[in-house]
Design a protein around this ligand. Structure first.
Ligand SMILES: Cc1ncc(COP(=O)(O)O)c(C=O)c1O
Length: 383
């Protein structure tokens, strides 16, 4: 059973961390400080504070009071000293990698990560003189063997996209520590509701905040948390490369994250029920969900997350890739779409594979199962 004390802390932090009545109006909710610039009472003092300490904001690309609230909340939820928000998940992935790596350095990266992260790593980093090895991150011996004297970072997702492999964050942190490298964990699928990677030795934790942090599919955003010594240079990177989040999107994240604990509980329950339904279905070949007893990462996930397995699953259809597409085309309630972590169920047949990725929403599980049942039947009947 989950650790109730930890969940209580998380619920309280999600709602209250970083918030206080607005000092000028008393507004109980954080206002959207929709401004590009701030009046400078003393210009020489103010512009010396990149990032804008409270009271020291000067330009929204460098820092904004609305953005500061979501950064404080995510830092609190992840148990980190600081956090930096950006215009997208890719914004913080690039900021993290280019902050901790220099020309001549080497990156060990999971070979099962979000395709655009993989694209950035294999296309952009080599151009900058950074070597990359992609490895099976669930095999700690393979990770250890890939380490070189100039390995500066290990990057992994905790739950991989789309296969739901489970990374041993504590084991990877040990390897990183012994090799003087930084461990960077993309925690998008799990959120701090399931796992706080910093507690297990990670240096930087990243989110595509577009997903569960926002929760409502209405903002593209990214956020990273870690020690000040790493987040401060990332903040400079976001300002210099010009990828700040907008105050309005920060506000959407603030509103969304307040219900993270409630949404995640329902996402996890629904995904577990849907995974069991699919696992028992005669037209389904295999289900990837870390909560299923036969999943290879089940025990590790159980240990790290206190028994929560997340809202993401994937499955293979007996009829192969074409049947996956037919299935998705027959869904009436769930939406065929990229992205994930939304209150609505989002289903994506994976191009080039017999695989359907499902971001299980928080609708009635009976309605969802009925929709999946009829779409599976139709996908076979129309073969
Ligand atoms: C696990 C993961 N990390 C990072 C990203 C990139 O985030 P964004 O789309 O917000 O740039 C995504 C996007 O789908 C993702 O699934």
């Amino acid at each position: 059973m989950p650790d109730q004390h930890r969940l209580h802390d998380l619920a309280t932090l999600a709602i209250h961390a970083g918030e206080a009545p607005d000092p000028t109006t008393g507004a109980q909710n954080t206002p959207i400080y929709q401004t590009a610039t701030f009046a400078l009472p003393d210009a020489s003092e103010q512009v010396k504070q990149p990032g804008g300490q409270p009271g020291g904001y000067f330009y929204t690309r460098e820092g904004n009071p609305t953005t500061r609230v979501i950064e404080t909340k995510v830092a609190a939820l992840e148990g980190a000293e600081a956090a930096i928000a950006s215009a997208s998940g890719m914004g913080v992935i690039s900021a993290a990698l280019l902050t901790v790596m220099n020309p001549g350095d080497h990156l060990v990266c999971s070979n099962a990560i979000y395709p655009i992260s993989q694209d950035f790593i294999t296309s952009e980093l080599p151009r900058l003189g950074i070597d990359v090895d992609m490895v099976d991150i669930t095999d700690l011996d393979a990770v250890q063997s890939a380490i070189r004297p100039r390995t500066a970072a290990i990057l992994t997702e905790f739950l991989s996209n789309p296969d739901l492999d489970v990374a041993d964050i504590a084991g990877l942190a040990g390897i990183a520590r012994d090799s003087n490298a930084r461990l960077i964990v993309d925690n998008t699928f799990a959120t701090p509701y399931l796992l706080r990677p910093i507690e297990h030795g990670a240096d930087i934790v990243l989110h595509s905040a577009t997903k569960y942090i926002s929760g409502h599919g209405d903002a593209v955003a990214g956020i990273a948390a870690g020690p000040d010594v790493l987040i401060a240079p990332m903040r400079r990177f976001v300002a210099r490369y010009g990828s700040p989040i907008s105050p309005f999107n920060s506000w959407l994240l603030i509103r969304g994250i307040k219900t993270l604990h409630l949404r995640m509980e329902r996402h996890c329950e629904n995904a577990s029920r849907l995974a069991t339904f699919l696992n028992d279905h005669p037209d389904v070949q295999r289900v990837m969900y870390p909560g299923l007893p036969e999943h290879p990462g089940r025990n590790l996930c159980n240990l790290l997350t206190d028994g929560w397995f997340g809202g993401m699953l994937a499955f293979e259809h007996n009829g192969g890739e074409a049947a996956c597409h037919r299935f998705a085309g027959h869904l009436e309630l769930a939406c065929r779409a990229v992205s994930l972590g939304d209150v609505s169920t989002l289903v994506l047949p994976w191009t080039g594979r017999n695989l359907v990725r499902v971001s299980v929403g928080i609708e009635s599980i009976d309605d969802l199962i009925a929709d999946f049942r009829q779409a599976l039947a139709a996908s076979v009947a129309t073969a």
